[in-house]
Write a protein that binds this ligand. Structure first.
Ligand code: C2E
Ligand code: CA
Ligand code: CA
Ligand code: CA
Length: 278
């Protein structure tokens, strides 16, 4: 049956091949790739679990390198440890804004767009002052953009300037999401330190929710925590209808996962969204 389906990144067989054939590249390949726009955001839909309507997308970067599509886990660590996160983040944001304009021209409803931020060098990136010009150029409002923040940034006292950089984004009207919620990187203490609008439950819990009572408890308590704080709750890693139904009945607001679609290049996302709406 597998051979009859188009191969996409969610298939285990693809994951295995990717694991055992790690693409080889040099730092200079990454630098060249950044200049040549080989780092491309793909887009994964987020669904409003209450209405079933398309809510938005998360931008997930891919590297088109040597005829292959390289996944972020294999190049992000290299990028982060070589101070290349600034050009990477800017190229992802600018291409995402370009895409939003195209979706609008294609007649899609207005989408909430999430962009991942690495904690490293966030203060140097100075997004709060760069974003207004970019938004003007593409006619996007700050409330359409959610920044997802993963790392232990808020717990790290030395990171006060990155904390300030994130707070400035919120003050400018952008939304903030606490990514990977429930893992060691992101926890209750962080909620206290930053003005988050959204909790994003890590996929490790969502994937195991129906087989592990602990994962189920973490998912349920995250949802109820979001409720009590009055913030949006997003579950990623929804692969089956059963899990979707459980999340709907538990009151989770937004869902994301292979059940709906893997991440797609912008133009393919347009086609997906048009078909989804029909
Ligand atoms: P993340 O932000 O936690 O993103 C969710 C990951 O889960 C993505 O992996 C996505 O493809 C995958 N995923 C989505 N739905 C499902 C599902 O139903 N089942 C399973 N098993 N997985 C699912 P991806 O695209 O490989 O990204 C890995 C990580 O790389 C991201 O984790 C994020 O931390 C980072 N990343 C991706 N794009 C960017 C970017 O533009 N900038 C920064 N700084 N980090 C990024
Ligand atoms: Ca994310
Ligand atoms: Ca996550
Ligand atoms: Ca992650």
């Amino acid at each position: 049956a597998l051979l009859l389906q188009p191969l996409t990144e969610q298939h285990d067989i693809v994951k295995q091949i990717q694991k055992h054939h790690q693409p080889e590249f040099l730092l200079s390949d990454i630098e060249k790739g950044l200049k040549n726009k080989e780092f491309i955001p793909y887009f994964q839909p987020q669904i409003n679990l209450t209405t079933g309507h398309l809510h938005g997308v998360e931008a997930l970067v891919r590297w088109h390198y040597g005829g292959k599509v390289v996944m972020p886990d294999s190049f992000l660590p290299v990028i982060e440890s070589n101070q290349l996160i600034l050009p990477l983040t800017l190229t992802v944001i600018e291409q995402t804004l370009e895409q939003m304009l195209r979706w609008q021209q294609a007649g899609l409803p207005e989408l909430q767009v999430s962009v991942n931020l690495s904690a490293a060098y966030l203060d140097q990136l100075n997004l709060a002052s760069l974003m207004p010009d970019l938004l003007k150029k593409y006619a996007v409002r700050p409330e359409q953009i959610t920044f997802e923040i993963t790392e232990r940034i808020a717990l790290d006292g030395e990171n006060q300037s990155s904390l300030d950089a994130i707070t400035r984004l919120r003050l400018k009207g952008f939304y903030l999401s606490l990514d990977d919620f429930g893992t060691g990187y992101s926890s209750l203490a962080q909620l206290n330190q930053l003005p988050f609008n959204e909790i994003k439950i890590d996929k490790s819990f969502v994937l195991r929710m129906l087989s592990s009572p602990i994962s189920e408890a973490i998912v349920k308590s995250s949802i109820s925590l979001a409720r009590q704080l009055g913030v949006r709750c997003v579950a990623e890693g929804i692969e089956t209808r059963e899990i979707e139904e459980f999340l709907v009945s538990s009151g989770c607001d937004i869902g994301q996962g292979y059940l709906y679609s893997p991440s797609l290049p912008g133009s393919r996302f347009t086609e997906w969204a048009i078909t989804y709406q029909e």
